[in-house]
Design a protein around this ligand. Structure first.
Ligand code: BGP
Length: 474
């Protein structure tokens, strides 16, 4: 049984442009780095590419009608930079602006607060060709043109801007989320340099949002980090991991400086970004208003000997438990490891609703900003039954437990504005195509065959509708 949420709580769900829209080459849209990266993954692993995705571009009205049927009062989506400025730069593509204007209007006409993300992994490919995209500081001025334009364009409609999606995940999985030419892929300092460029962009986005009276905040993939044992060495390792994987980002957004211990670690190991004079002033002048949390799992760390080989996060591409390709390792600092206390999804993501309560409590104490959940969900194999239904009780259990954790935190005084799980409808998983699904609405397609992308309400659709209608009490 769920307890009552405030009447103005933002209930909804989330998507991102290249994962859901499709129409990758339509109406003047330019190529994004994801169009390229996904085409490569399509060839390598058979995952769908982003060209059709879930065809939301053509079916957004049908989708928003389904959102309304569920009772959504918010929808988190992202704006594709390449629809607005197909080549980066400053040449506007009016058809792209019109698409988002129509989408925003459709939301508003249906009582749904549109919550756009400015950047969700899809940099214009032209900027990769021009100066290697995020690797170059030049990207900051092009992002500024884009952010300033789009924030102003929709200044009468948007109250909350989500700035940049999951910088920490980009550092971890940089070649999957960001195009990095092969010759740079062993230069790991660049991971943190890219992140620094993104920090500058995110501060600039906050600045323009504030100029038009909107609120802005980053969406970070956030996992709390537990120590593997109660040994003091493991506790320090977990603290190190939490500092480098979490605080290193949040302190920039909410305090305007890099956390000292991880920055020192990066400096000692030749990994620290080049920070120019004035950069931290820019951060301090543009502090974020809220934190958009993407919460899927918790993580675990233990002490790591000095001699170990440095590596970043591995992944599970097969969807068979235990098929992780490796764990992030920083010699003498920490190593990530599985948590033996928790069950996992088929892709080895630890299921931990209590961890979400921990995140809210811990971060509210440290930063005291309002939160909104902009992603939370269970990636699963969803099978259509013979009667054409999806019985996803596993997803219902997962979402319910996380909503309950949210309520427990709110009962202790934590400010949470809304809950937008991943994902509103099935979409292209960044790591597993259409094999792994998250939606409340099933999209009838496979990686191999897009068919007509017909929408089918899952059991979780009907369940979520009841949750919303009862302010979370049902
Ligand atoms: C987050 C991303 C989303 C989404 C989600 C699920 O990191 O912001 O874009 O994809 O994770 O991950 P995946 O697609 O790898 O299953």
């Amino acid at each position: 049984k769920l307890e009552g949420f405030p009447k103005d709580f933002l209930w909804g769900a989330a998507t991102s442009a290249y994962q859901v829209e499709g129409a990758a080459n339509e109406d003047g849209k330019g190529l994004s780095q994801q169009d390229v990266i996904n085409t490569e993954r399509h060839k390598a692993y058979g995952f769908a590419d982003a060209s059709i995705a879930s065809d939301h571009y053509h079916k957004y009205k049908e989708d928003i009608a389904l959102f309304k049927e569920m009772g959504f009062t918010s929808y988190r989506f992202s704006i594709a930079w390449t629809r607005i400025f197909p080549n980066g730069g400053d040449e506007v593509n009016q058809a792209g602006v019109d698409f988002y204007r129509n989408l925003i209007k459709e939301c508003k006409d249906n009582g749904i607060e549109p919550i756009p993300t400015l950047y969700h992994y899809d940099l214009p490919w032209a900027l990769v060709e021009k100066y290697n995209g995020w690797l170059s500081r030049e990207v900051v001025k092009d992002f500024e043109i884009y952010a300033k334009f789009i924030i102003n364009e929709f200044k009468d409609d948007i109250k909350y801007w989500v700035t940049i999606n999951e910088q920490s995940i980009i550092v971890q999985y940089w070649t999957q989320k960001c195009y990095v030419p092969e010759e740079y892929q062993n230069q790991n300092q660049l991971r943190y340099q890219i992140n620094h460029h993104m920090n500058l962009c995110q501060a600039i986005a906050v600045k323009y949002a504030h100029e038009v009276g909107a609120l802005a905040g980053p969406a970070l993939g956030y996992s709390p980090i537990y120590a593997r044992t109660c040994k003091p060495e493991d506790q320090i390792a977990a603290l190190n991991a939490n500092d480098l994987r979490n605080s290193y980002y949040l302190d920039v957004y909410f305090k305007g400086y890099y956390t000292v211990a991880p920055l020192t670690y990066l400096q000692e190991n030749g990994l620290a970004p080049v920070i120019e004079e004035g950069d931290e002033e820019l951060f301090r002048a543009n502090i974020s208003d809220f934190f958009a949390i993407n919460y899927y799992d918790s993580q675990c760390a233990h002490a790591c000997p000095e001699g170990a080989e440095r590596s970043w996060s591995g992944y599970n591409l097969t969807g068979k438990k235990g098929d992780m390709s490796g764990f992030e390792t920083h010699p003498g600092f920490y190593q990530m490891c599985p948590n033996p206390e928790l069950d996992t999804t088929a892709w080895d993501w630890a299921i931990d609703p209590i961890g979400l309560e921990y995140v809210y409590r811990d971060l509210y104490t440290r930063y005291k900003v309002p939160f909104m959940i902009t992603e939370n969900g269970l990636g699963a194999y969803d099978d259509l039954t013979e009667d054409g239904k999806i019985h996803d009780d596993y997803r219902i259990d997962y979402l319910r437990a996380h909503i309950q954790a949210t309520k427990r935190a709110m009962d202790k005084g934590v400010e949470v504005l809304g809950y937008m799980p991943w994902s509103a409808l099935d979409l292209l998983s960044t790591s597993n195509g259409y094999k792994k699904r998250y939606g409340l609405i099933y999209v009838d397609r496979t990686d191999e065959d897009p068919k007509e992308c017909k929408r089918i309400r899952k059991d979780s659709f009907y369940w979520y509708k009841k949750v919303i209608a009862s302010d979370g009490t049902d």
